[in-house]
Design a protein around this ligand. Structure first.
Ligand code: TXA
Ligand code: MG
Length: 333
């Protein structure tokens, strides 16, 4: 049976530490705990316990060849997990941790193959959320955690999303309200000759370049090539409704689909769209607010029985690019 722990933002850090203790103990003993981070909710297990890690794959229905991110509560905790820490990693950690940046580094022998899907590298990040940091540090373990959704569903940005997807297939759920960023972390591979952004997130390639001088971004179309990040090859972030990314949402476009008997949802920024005839309209003030609410909106569109979700292209720098990346992935059949 799942047990829920509720944490409100009035609590100070010591109170949070007390509140998460049972869940941290459970993690240390091989259990599964869903917890909030600043990006999305994660489904955690002791990364050094292969049996515990396998339970994550089972609960999510996740393909075994898709490796997990290890979460730490201090930068020093990465040392035993990796065989080498390049200077670029030190600089990026100083600039962005705790925060939504995952680093791919050569793994040490300590890290089980179950975490890395048998590969030679390991993904690590230090989340910027007091509950996640308290949980990890009290457990005394590095914590492997993918997003706490069923494989193929949009990542959970509230505890309720976790309940919907995983039901009782975990031991504890720590509910601390909605996550602040709403999109998964930026994944940066530091084992390639030129550091490569494998997944866009709230920390942009430009920000990374400003610290380490160079970084390339894996183009969406490069994915036909051998897959450097296995998670990229799966259809991701997907609601049941069909997602279409369009340059502009107009009343005419909406009514064309409605004329085919389809229920139409729209997603766009406030400054752009003039359409007002959709069956479910979501308008956001800024790209950050859109990012924070994107996955909840996709889930809501499904609950409302929408057939098509029209999303308007946003071509601003920063988190908009990560939003567009997720929408494009969701739009693939
Ligand atoms: O924000 C986040 O990163 C959230 C929270 C919970 O921390 N976690 C998350 O995990 O999004 P997940 O498992 O849903 O996505 C991890 C991504 C996958 O695309 C996976 O293939 C990739 O990171 N990845 C993990 N280890 C890797 C490795 N060694 N090499 C390349 N890609 C890796
Ligand atoms: Mg995921």
């Amino acid at each position: 049976m799942r047990q829920d722990i509720f944490i409100n933002d009035q609590l100070n850090f010591d109170d949070v530490v007390q509140a998460v203790k049972p869940a941290a103990g459970c993690l240390a003993n091989g259990g599964l705990v869903a917890f909030p981070t600043e990006t999305v909710y994660g489904l955690g297990a002791n990364a050094l316990d292969p049996q515990a890690v396998l339970k994550i794959f089972e609960a999510k229905g996740r393909p075994a060849d898709n490796p997990l991110i290890i979460h730490v509560s201090s930068p020093g905790q990465i040392e035993p997990l990796v065989s080498e820490v390049p200077i670029t990693a030190h600089d990026l950690i100083k600039a962005f941790w705790p925060g939504p940046l995952t680093l791919i580094l050569p793994k040490s022998k300590l890290v089980p193959d179950e975490v890395t899907a048998g590969g030679p590298t390991v993904a690590i990040r230090m989340p910027n959320h007091p509950v996640a940091l308290a949980l990890i540090s009290v457990s005394g373990k590095p914590i492997a955690a993918p997003s706490a959704n069923l494989s193929g569903r949009p990542s959970p940005t509230t505890a309720e999303h976790v309940r919907q997807d995983l039901d009782n297939n975990l031991d504890y759920l720590i509910d601390a309200g909605s996550t602040s960023i709403g999109l998964e972390s930026t994944v940066l591979d530091l084992t390639t000759e030129i550091p490569t952004v494998l997944r866009l997130g709230a920390i942009s390639a430009e920000q990374i370049k400003s610290i380490i001088g160079q970084a390339e971004t894996l183009k969406h179309t490069d994915l036909a090539q051998p897959v450097s990040s296995p998670g990229l090859k799966y259809r991701h972030y997907a609601p049941q409704a069909r997602v279409l990314v369009v340059s502009q949402i107009t009343n005419e476009l909406v009514s064309n689909y409605q004329a085919q008997g389809l229920k139409v949802a729209t997603i766009n920024l406030i400054s752009e769209s003039p359409s007002d005839n959709a069956d479910f309209t979501s308008v956001f003030e800024t790209p950050e607010i859109l990012a924070k609410n994107l996955y909840a909106t996709l889930r809501q569109a499904d609950e409302l029985g929408m057939d098509i979700i029209l999303a308007e292209t946003v071509s601003l720098p920063g988190v908009s690019q990560a939003v567009m990346d997720r929408l494009k992935r969701a739009s693939e059949e």
